[in-house]
Design a protein around this ligand. Sequence first.
Ligand code: ATP
Length: 448
Amino acid sequence: MTDLATYLEVGGLAAGAGGIGYTKYRAPRVYWSLVGLPVTWGRFTWTYRSTMEVCGLTVQPSGFGAFVRRNLARSEVRPVPPKVRRVAPTATGLRITLRLPAGLEPADIAASSERLRHAFGVHSVTVRETKPGYVELRMTGYDVLRRVKMPRKAQPHDLVVPVALREDGSVFERDYRKMPMALTLGANGSGKSMYQRNLIKGLAQLPVGLVGIDCKRGVEQSRYAPRLSALATDRESAGHLVNALVAEMEERFDLLALYGVSDLWELPDQVRPVPLVVLIDEVAELFLVMSKKDEPARDHMVMQLVRLGQMARAIGIYLEVCGQRFGSDLGRGATALRAQLTGRVVHRVNDKQTAEMGLGDIAPDAVVSVTGIQADRPGVAVAGDASGYWSRIRTPEITPNEAAAVCREFAHLAPELPFLAPFRPVGQIIVPPMPAAPPVVRPRPVTE
Ligand SMILES: Nc1ncnc2c1ncn2[C@@H]1O[C@H](COP(=O)(O)OP(=O)(O)OP(=O)(O)O)[C@@H](O)[C@H]1O
């Protein structure tokens, strides 16, 4: 009984204080459903009007409204907050739809989200416009990103891969048709490989061709070989592979022209080529050259990548680029290529400039959020896109073996593409057994 009382008390305290006591959480979801949800719902219902008033999220009532209140209802004329249209509990918090009165805009509510978070005693409040005049407040009762568990219904489908969880408890999906090209940045050990691993695990289950470019001798991507249609593990083969992709792009454009359509998805099913996702690990390796004589080849490859970035969306070739930094210091063409990669995911970085490289041009206010990512939270990142919206996300932790097992299971989905045949990885990397430890020789005293 005492245990239960402490259990509930800690839950109530944590829900009330918006964070205090979270270290004691063993099952935050259970705490939230049993204690946090009723407490927060009650607090929201009882204090909504006064909270909105003190947070400055009210407007003066219209002349008629004020007249009715003053003369017919004989009550005090008070400022009007947004109307609550819907309150829905979720597994991680509350979702509230508000109708904004004339004079308030979504940015006003978003600017007060920190104040609302404290007032309602929740872990986070995020604001999103759903349609003109309406906003959705997503309140999260506890730190969802502390231990990430993806909802069971989050499964890869079409060209959509659920890769991570957002701070507000919703699923962050990588949708290749909506966001064809993307860039993932992060310092060493920030969780880039985990992000790619989750992505590959999802992509492997979809009817797409996967092309890997991993110039670190393939140490990251070789284990996914059974599901890859092509793999380049050094700059020279990467150059040839990119040329082959550009040639394929031109052929696919001819096909579009033949059918008089402008997009791969408008082609009849029986002639539509398979979509390809090109995964580039550590992009800086493609740019770095040891001698001057390698520069023309490098410049050519970067140019070809820029062309793919600019045009390949229409013919179903998508770029997924990953690196530690991606600035003009990498070399000619770097910023032109970066500009084509509109989906951005930035993990913890070593300096503010890198955060700006990733998000400064699409969601400038997200840069501060990146610099606040703690080093002991690998996998946490800020995801933004060209719409200006951004959110904090974290990938679930999976092992390389898990991702490799999924690649083996779905190896039959790897399409046979003749133009990629020269780059097809041969089987898997066989990890040589560790040499046996030499037998321990005990010194024997000579007198024995
Ligand atoms: N989402 C996550 N949840 C828990 N642990 C994570 C998460 N993402 C990464 N880690 C852990 O952080 C460590 C570094 O992750 P990862 O190898 O993905 O980083 P990286 O950015 O690819 O580093 P590098 O550039 O050195 O390859 C690993 O031990 C991994 O288990």
